[in-house]
Design a protein around this ligand. Sequence first.
Ligand code: NAG
Ligand code: NAG
Ligand code: NAG
Length: 116
Amino acid sequence: MKVIVQVCVLLAIIAVAYSASSTWGVHNVTDSVLLNKRVHYPAVRNVAQSFYFDIPESYQNNNKVISAIYLQDQFRNSSGPANYLVSGGPGWTYGSIQMRTQTGHGLNVTILVYGK
Ligand SMILES: *[C@@H]1O[C@H](CO)[C@@H](O)[C@H](O)[C@H]1NC(C)=O
Ligand SMILES: *[C@@H]1O[C@H](CO)[C@@H](O)[C@H](O)[C@H]1NC(C)=O
Ligand SMILES: *[C@@H]1O[C@H](CO)[C@@H](O)[C@H](O)[C@H]1NC(C)=O
């Protein structure tokens, strides 16, 4: 039993590490969409690039508490980026996401943020 649990945890970690789409938090039907944006960066040969996406975006402000962030990979072929929530996120009015592309790939994602 214990082994099964450990295997499951391991698989879950692997799944998270390799999934190009990421979700942080959960949203409620009563929450509103704070941001819905497509982000695209072209590939650079032989380079893995890092990009940051900030909520709110530059020159915008946000006073709603974020409940969920959905980062959806638009490549859908496992060549999307690895994503990390660097700061803020659900429970905060701000958030910063780092997206690290795979070597030689760009990225094309949509970012959907809910809050209340
Ligand atoms: C959704 O919001 C309603 C009203 O604010 C609240 O009663 C309910 O518990 C919330 N559900 C979740 C899953 O947070
Ligand atoms: C990003 O992905 C969407 C959905 O697959 C596609 O329609 C769009 O053309 C792509 N954008 C770029 C710049 O590749
Ligand atoms: C995945 O799709 C993107 C955009 O369509 C393309 O640039 C990339 O080469 C594809 N990757 C693989 C491994 O097929």
